[in-house]
Design a protein around this ligand. Structure first.
Ligand code: ADP
Ligand code: MG
Length: 699
């Protein structure tokens, strides 16, 4: 069979090996892209397009904009100075020159360039030290005479994997498309909905997106604004929304314990606090109290800026559940944060006669057995890390699970809880707290399965943090100022950050800085905390800082989430220009918790790009987490805000929540009406777009 033979109509669920040219090795490569069946190729959509239908003149090239040029080789130079290099100077008919540069090439390739030879090149021009250049341009040698044959259409560029070039992949997609049949891939959007917007039906939309015909607007395609793309994006967003809604509905069909107490315990808790709740805290606490008493599983997300006082709200919910005779589990993503909750909860509940049980992965042997026995025996309050949800932990009657800083957990853990269901087919209520304020549009798309409460008010008496940005070249000055402030009795964090996720590298950076600062400031007590330290050492370092025994705490981003030392009023953050705004805001939220005037120094590596400056400025000007998150969303995209671990969001194939946010209200509207009336199409859409993630949700 050759490439051009028409395939019989494909059902879609055949293995990709039915396609010509797809052998066992190709099958493996495709599997890495999540492509197993023919239908997966239909929905493997281009990332972008290359326009090789036209020729550009070198004089008209714009740095950063890919283009195709017809040139002759002028000079070739190759060798190994520090590393292999190949530089080919080329010129077009008008005599303008450009440099082709290669760092990876083989000998034959290098010898293949001869002065005078004609080349057809495609690449992204950029401004090098000696004028325009293209690095690793695509090229083809041409005979000396004659018109080059140019593409008739925009060329799709697919997401691919090492060992699989775009041309082969595109060939298989094209083969799969030849067998695409509308009986196999039914339209799932209402006809009037498409007509109203001037959107094409599914099959023509797929054809257009994979192989845009000549005359398709290049600009529209590049921006993702072509009606065929918008239609597919809409369908994808809709499918995710439906899947989350279905998840939520499946929860709501389950029963949960009715948690209604006399309010006596929470009353005593409130009385012991020593402060009044803010209006926002009271409102959110009331929303939770209603949920807990409703007999359906609560799944509520509490958002609140750093320092807005989410912990007390969680404690009130816990009190209500305990009073109703249920157990409560409180979980945090890191040991450090879990320990802090444990301290808070112990301070609030122990005077009321309730001592929390503590369980993390680190608790072993006898202590673990004792904790497990207590939990199985019905201890009212258990605190710890996600170890509380793992196998082997049996609750007698778990009624409420509280999860702090949810974006660090992800969907897996959210669902694992259901298995900890209590007797009689009832499942526990879930309260999720996050300090990353998520803009509304994003929350709608990401958390359609959660109810949302927002604590949009800070406790009184907070002084906003003054933020300054200072170049790293002035490090000595900053050290001296921190030294002076700490000598005068203040406490400071020094946060070492690296762009790498590697905890080892972060730890090394922190250790080095710790040595330097301890040497430079011998009159201060300097502490160190990072992720590679033993748990007990971490706790000791935190406790020493908390009690004021250390003045200056050198730390990695382990302190990002939730650490609460109200007396600390200064913070230095290194490499600030490389972090997300939301993350910087989180870090900065560790200071400004007490009544002292607080300050945060953002140290950056000069020179700053214009964008980086703009981002740091936002942080200098605002202490409002929601505004900062919105800006971060616009500047960096949703992955940064939610963490890539967020299944079902990182999983979008073509939708881009920032670019496509304007579609979300219509998505919500149609989702609402389909869920009620059109189960078949809901099934089709979820299976078509969500697949894997849905398998979790349905688990
Ligand atoms: P976050 O929302 O960041 O988790 P916390 O719950 O850690 O914030 O609260 C931050 C600090 O504010 C804690 O020291 C807490 O005791 C205190 N706090 C909480 N609510 C109030 C309030 N209504 N008035 C005064 N202080 C409060
Ligand atoms: Mg907190």
């Amino acid at each position: 069979m050759t490439d051009k033979d028409p395939l019989p109509a494909l059902a879609g669920d055949e293995p990709v090996s039915v396609l010509p040219g797809v052998g066992p090795k190709a099958e493996q490569l495709l599997a890495r892209l999540g492509i197993a069946q023919v239908r997966d190729l239909w929905f493997h959509l281009p990332l972008r397009y290359e326009d090789r239908t036209r020729l550009a003149a070198i004089a008209g090239l714009v740095p950063g904009q890919p283009a195709q040029i017809l040139v002759r080789v002028v000079a070739v130079e190759h060798g190994f100075r520090f590393r292999p290099f190949l530089r080919v100077t080329v010129a077009d008919d008008a005599g303008h020159q450009l440099l082709l540069r290669f760092f990876h090439f083989n000998r034959n390739q290098a010898l293949g360039f001869k002065p005078g030879q004609r080349l057809l090149c495609f690449g992204e021009p950029r401004l090098g030290p000696n004028g325009l250049e293209m690095v690793h341009a695509n090229y083809r040698t041409l005979p000396d005479e004659g018109e080059p044959s140019l593409d008739q259409r925009q060329r799709p560029v697919y997401p691919t994997t090492q060992g699989l070039d775009n041309r082969r992949l595109a060939g298989w997609v094209a083969a799969a498309l030849r067998g695409l049949d509308s009986d196999r891939l039914p339209e799932a959007l209402p006809a009037h909905w498409l007509a109203q917007r001037g959107w094409p039906a599914l099959i023509p939309a797929l054809h257009l997106v994979h192989t845009p015909p000549a005359g398709t607007s290049v600009a529209e395609l590049a921006e993702g604004q072509h009606p065929a793309q918008q239609r597919l994006v809409f369908e994808e967003l809709l499918a995710h929304q439906l899947s989350l809604k279905r998840h939520r509905a499946s929860l709501h069909h389950l029963r949960a314990p009715v948690l209604r107490g006399s309010g006596e315990l929470s009353g005593r808790l409130l009385a012991g606090l020593g402060f009044e709740l803010t209006c926002a805290q009271r409102r959110v606490a009331a929303e939770i109290a209603d949920d807990l008493a409703a007999g359906r599983p609560m799944l509520r997300l509490v958002q609140g800026d750093v320092g807005s006082g989410k912990t007390v709200v969680a404690a009130l919910a816990a009190a209500q559940a305990i009073e109703a005779g249920c157990q409560v589990a409180v979980m945090a993503p890191t040991e450090l944060l879990a320990r802090q909750h444990e301290r808070n909860f112990a301070a609030w509940f122990t005077p009321l006669g309730l001592t929390p049980v503590w369980l993390t992965g680190r608790i072993k042997g006898r202590a673990r057995e004792r904790a497990l026995a207590d939990i199985a025996g019905g201890a009212p309050l258990a605190l710890g890390t996600h170890a509380l949800m793992q196998e082997g932990v049996e609750f007698a009657r778990l009624g409420l699970a509280i999860v702090d800083e949810q974006h660090r957990f992800g969907v897996h853990q959210r669902l694992a809880l259901r298995d900890k269901g209590i007797a009689d087919g009832e499942v526990p209520h879930q309260l999720v707290m996050t300090a990353t304020p998520i803009p509304r549009t994003l929350a709608m798309a990401a958390y359609a399965d959660l109810d949302l409460s927002v604590i949009d008010e800070l406790p009184p008496g907070r002084t906003p943090v003054t933020t300054v940005a200072i170049a790293g070249t002035r490090l000595d000055e900053v050290v001296a100022r921190i030294g002076a402030a700490c000598s005068a009795g203040r406490q400071a964090y020094w946060v070492c950050t690296l762009i790498e996720e590697s905890e080892t590298l972060q730890a090394q950076a922190a250790e080095q800085r710790y040595e330097q600062l301890a040497a430079a400031l011998p009159h201060l007590r300097v502490g160190l905390v990072h992720g590679r330290m033993k748990g007990a050492d971490k706790e000791a370092a935190m406790a020493a800082f908390q009690s004021g025994d250390t003045d200056l705490l050198v730390a990695t981003t382990v302190i990002e989430v939730g650490v609460d030392v109200p007396r600390a009023s200064l913070m230095v953050i290194e490499n600030a220009e490389r972090l997300g705004l939301a993350q910087l805001h989180q870090l900065r939220g560790r200071v400004g918790r007490g009544r002292t005037e607080s300050a945060c120094v953002l140290l950056y590596q000069a020179p700053l790009s214009a964008l980086a400056r703009q981002r740091l400025d936002i942080l200098r000007q605002s202490n409002d987490g929601f505004r900062i998150a919105q800006e971060d969303l616009e500047l960096r995209g949703p992955g940064e805000l939610l963490g890539t671990r967020q299944t079902g969001l990182a999983g979008f194939r073509i939708a881009n929540l920032v670019r496509d946010a304007q579609l979300l209200p219509a998505v919500a509207e149609l989702a609402e009406s389909l869920v009620g009336s059109d189960g078949d199409n809901v099934d089709i859409l979820i299976r078509r777009w969500v697949g894997q993630a849905e398998r979790y949700a349905g688990a």
